[in-house]
Design a binder for this molecule. Structure first.
Ligand SMILES: [Zn+2]
Length: 417
């Protein structure tokens, strides 16, 4: 993976498709098909790190993770409303044993059915059901090599089943998780948008429902203090949403994260909980995604950082560079030490070229550990950071412990004093 010709420096505008290929992150092949990317080892590490981050913060925020199937019967989507409002984006059904089965266009219907499968007391609410799951969109023209228009999507999804009184707090908490994630990823939103229904017929009818849901979301936005713009015609077919927009290398905006309020699907699936009064009540569904689809998030981060990811997302975090062959045994021990504490370290020996050439070749790696005869004799390491800073030689223990703390804390700074 070190042999790639890194010609990205010549272009100041980063295109994630080009970088993804050059940095061996992901690619596509006409034989697999357009809009169906595969992830190479470096990209798989970035993806895995994001998924691990998301699962951890969701667990801490009281979400419970589930798995649900990527297929469902046509009837499921007729009930959810997707069949009549969203069929243009869905794949045609497959006939299996006399039944029609569809690749799912979203996870909501499965989660609604899973909620319905057990009875729930008001004491269990808000019930936060999360899944990093696949969904499928019938894109006619997948752009070859890209992650932004794909036919299979890994969505960081969750549905919060709650009372009407709990909706504002849940939506506010989701916005806070989104803010935290953007800081950890070293990026920021281009714009917050309150997406309302438009004049077309793709929205479910129910004036009262739209008004109530839109009012809650605009109050949440006002309370959170972010500037936003209300745009008609961008809502989901079942309800309004807050969309967090990011911009690509050409300034084009797309939605990464979203928080939606839905009174419709709970009605369609006849969901309920038992209230304090002992009778049945209808919950509200809050749909939310912190980093959106993994594909779009990685496309955005590749472009935003030009491949120089925050250390916790970097495919390789530490490049161990012995000055000569004499330091190779010490370099191997140092690499193994890093691997042992969970840091992703690569050893690039003197046979690969001069020190300067090896530093250049690994310039997207956040940390360079340089080992010469003096450092080796003293159990020390000279540390260079990706941004060009050179730190004085220091005990190996210090360097490894400090970097590990920065990585585990999802810190975007390369070094702190
Ligand atoms: Zn949903």
């Amino acid at each position: 993976m070190w042999s790639s010709a890194l010609d990205w420096e010549e272009t100041h505008v980063y295109d994630h498709r080009k970088l993804g290929r050059e940095l061996d992150l992901f690619d596509t092949d006409p034989l697999i098909g357009a809009g169906l990317p595969y992830w190479l080892p470096g990209g798989a590490i970035v993806r895995h790190s994001l998924e691990e981050y998301i699962r951890t913060v969701e667990r801490q925020a009281g979400y419970q993770h589930v798995y649900s199937p990527v297929l469902g019967k046509r009837e499921l989507y007729e009930i959810s409303g997707h069949w009549s409002h969203y069929s243009d984006d869905m794949y045609p059904p497959m006939d299996i044993g006399g039944e029609q089965v569809v690749l799912r266009p979203s996870l909501c219907p499965h989660h609604a059915v899973m909620y319905r499968s057990r009875s729930h007391s008001y004491r269990e609410l808000p019930l936060r059901m999360a899944e990093l799951g696949a969904m499928y969109r019938s894109e006619l023209s997948g752009v070859l090599g890209g992650l932004t228009r794909v036919r299979g999507i890994q969505l960081n999804d969750a549905h919060i089943f709650c009372t009407l009184d709990q909706v504002a707090d849940e939506a506010t908490n989701a916005l806070a998780l989104i803010g935290d994630a953007y800081r950890a990823m070293g990026t920021s939103a281009a714009r917050y948008r309150l997406s309302l229904p438009g004049a077309s017929g793709k929205y479910v009818a129910a004036q009262d429902m739209w008004q109530r849901a839109s009012k809650v979301l605009s109050e949440v936005l006002d309370r959170s203090g972010v500037a936003y713009e209300a745009v008609e015609g961008e809502a989901a077919f079942y309800g309004p949403k807050i969309d967090i927009q990011v911009a690509d290398h050409a300034g084009r905006e797309s939605t990464l994260s979203t928080v939606q309020v839905d009174f419709y699907q709970p009605e369609q699936f006849d969901l309920h909980y038992i209230g304090a009064d002992g009778s049945k009540h209808r919950p509200v569904m809050v749909h939310r995604s912190i980093i959106g689809s993994i594909e779009r998030a990685v496309a955005h981060l590749v472009e935003h950082h030009g491949g120089a990811f925050p250390a916790w997302l970097s495919p390789v975090q530490v490049a161990v560079l012995p000055i000569s062959e004499a330091e190779e045994p010490a370099a191997r021990r140092l690499r193994d030490r890093c691997l042992g504490v969970g840091l992703r370290a690569h050893l690039i020996g003197a046979e690969s070229g001069s020190l300067a050439a090896r530093v250049r070749e690994t310039r997207l790696v956040p940390y360079h550990f340089i080992l010469g005869p003096t450092e080796t004799a003293n159990g020390a390491v000279a540390l260079r950071l990706r941004d060009g800073r050179r730190l004085p030689a220091q005990p190996i223990d210090n360097a490894v412990t400090h970097i590990r703390a920065l990585v585990e804390g999802h810190n975007t700074r390369l070094w702190t004093d």
